[in-house]
Design a protein around this ligand. Sequence first.
Ligand code: NAD
Length: 176
Amino acid sequence: MPTSDIAVITGAGSGIGANTAVRLARTGVTVALLDVNQEGLDRTDKSVQRAGGQAITLVADVGDPDSVADALGRVPGDVVGLLNGAGVIVPLREPRPGGHGPQLGHVLRSRRSQLIDPRNTHGRIGQPEDVADVIAFLLGPAAAFVTGVDIPVDGGFVSQVHLESQVPIIALDSQQ
Ligand SMILES: NC(=O)c1ccc[n+]([C@@H]2O[C@H](COP(=O)([O-])OP(=O)(O)OC[C@H]3O[C@@H](n4cnc5c(N)ncnc54)[C@H](O)[C@@H]3O)[C@@H](O)[C@H]2O)c1
């Protein structure tokens, strides 16, 4: 593999990380796929290859600095972007002995109907693909001149909260 600019994606074995990896690879960016789950990494690697992209896989635990440092030392190029997508929700269920907590994506998908706030104008929870498209845009060449902005990817939730919090504007009659 030629050394080149590389984007590191943690949590690349599933969900948002996996979807972002494929989309980013399509734009020509080489992706370094990092995850604690080898099987997930292999699946994403295959998806990236099918999309015509280039990837390397790195098995590492983001909770272990030595493991991450060792993995990043194997990246054959300059790291120009990072998606920190590795994550689990632990308090909802006891972590499995010797393993990690339940995967966040699974928890969200299984509780879908309870999670839709009325301020979400789309009436559905976001899918990994919804988030991945925006992340891949921000990490990719199309956003080369974009810096320091937050983009809510939330089905309109933040904008609705903003509207609700606005103080009503009372028009003043300048003649009075
Ligand atoms: N703010 C929000 O509303 C919101 C919503 C959805 C997701 N998220 C965040 O996005 C991230 C990804 O969500 P997802 O739906 O893709 O989850 P997911 O469960 O589908 O994928 C998470 C991936 O992280 C990996 N992982 C878990 N612990 C790890 C560790 N210690 N080291 C390396 N890899 C590890 C898992 O193996 C899995 O492949 C999470 O960090 C989550 O907090 C936030």
